[in-house]
Write a protein that binds this ligand. Structure first.
Ligand SMILES: Nc1ncnc2c1ncn2[C@@H]1O[C@H](COP(=O)(O)OP(=O)(O)O)[C@@H](O)[C@H]1O
Ligand SMILES: [Mg+2]
Length: 313
């Protein structure tokens, strides 16, 4: 896989405040990389650095092989940026907006009308194509803004809190569209959000940011495994557990804890490879097993544990 974004020791200060602090990470081409962090963590500053809109105080960045500081123009022709407040012209119609930005980004005249129509259709704006954007709902404006980021078919998309301030229906539509356009044609997506459900649904890997520092980067499953000792397995039983079940399970090599509450049985194991032995031992001890479910750590669990550790340190 090729690298779409790479930073090393990136720093940006505003006065005495360090908004982005010694940031080093990579995002692969074609992946959806989520940057998660509370307000003020430095997400928007990083997006602006990666697009060459802001200068770094130290460190390096490469995006699609370009240095944003010195090759910002070339880079911006290949990138699309969607911010929380949609940058569209309210006095222009939906179609005129897409034409305007398409022309600005050098979309060939021959392609522009066709691409505009296709985007208006795909984004559910076709029947409002010739209405002024100023009269659109927030969700429609954001969908139009999203269409505008795609008009020049960028290789990388930056979405900075794309669903902030939208109602659940509008947010869902925007998330669905992002899911649809992510990864298509090897396109990379860099998504900043503090909506953990959205991130969990869209992102291949995430970076967790706190006060300008990355606390962790990786696939959510891997982060979960690294943060907690062992793996919990929930074992559902059809009948109350037989006497002596806990002792039988603690006898399994690699089983570290057993909890029994009514018909609910939970076993902590060293790692997933221990699960078959636990199931065999439970069955041998007379347990009537209905289901076995390894417990996954949600992105919520991961995010709050990392943020709490960072605040405590
Ligand atoms: N133009 C600016 N001038 C001064 N301070 C700024 C500016 N932009 C951002 N900051 C500060 O940098 C920090 C990170 O902000 P920002 O990148 O907007 O965070 P986020 O997008 O994660 O909410 C905050 O403390 C913010 O106040
Ligand atoms: Mg921001």
């Amino acid at each position: 896989m090729s690298v779409a974004i790479e930073t090393e020791g990136l720093v940006r200060r505003f006065g005495t405040r360090t908004a982005v602090n010694e940031l080093s990470f990579r995002a692969e081409a074609g992946e959806v990389f989520g940057l998660l962090g509370p307000n003020g963590a430095g997400k928007t500053t990083l997006v602006r650095l990666l697009n060459g809109v802001l200068k770094a105080d130290a460190g390096r960045a490469h995006v699609l092989g370009c240095d944003p500081q010195t090759q910002g123009d070339a880079l911006r022709r290949r990138s699309g940026v969607l911010t929380e407040t949609p940058s569209i012209y309210e006095r222009l119609t939906a179609r005129q907006n897409l034409h305007f930005f398409g022309t600005l980004y050098g979309v060939p005249e021959a392609d522009l009308a066709r691409r505009t129509d296709a985007l208006l259709e795909q984004f559910g704006l076709h029947d409002r194509a010739d209405d002024r954007a100023g009269g659109f709902s927030k969700g429609m404006k954001q969908r139009l803004a999203l269409a505008r980021t795609l008009i020049h078919q960028p290789d990388i998309l930056f979405f900075d809190e794309p669903t902030a301030g939208l109602d659940p229906e509008a947010a869902q539509q925007v998330t669905d569209l992002i899911a649809q356009y992510s990864g298509a044609d090897g396109r990379t997506v860099f998504l900043c959000t503090h909506n953990l459900d959205e991130a969990g649904r869209l992102c291949d890997r995430v970076g967790i940011l706190n006060h300008g520092r990355l606390l962790a980067v990786g696939k959510p499953d891997d982060l979960g495994r690294n943060l907690w000792d062992g793996q919990w397995v929930d074992i559902g039983l059809t009948a109350p557990p037989p006497a002596g079940l806990d002792a039988a399970l603690m006898g399994v090599a690699g089983a570290t804890q057993v909890q029994i509450k009514g018909a609910a049985l939970a076993v902590q194991v060293r790692d997933e490879s221990v699960i078959p032995a636990v199931v065999s031992a439970a069955a041998a001890a007379g347990a009537q097993i209905l289901r076995v479910t390894p417990r996954a750590h949600s992105l919520h669990d991961i995010y709050f544990k990392l943020q709490a550790e960072a605040e405590a340190s």
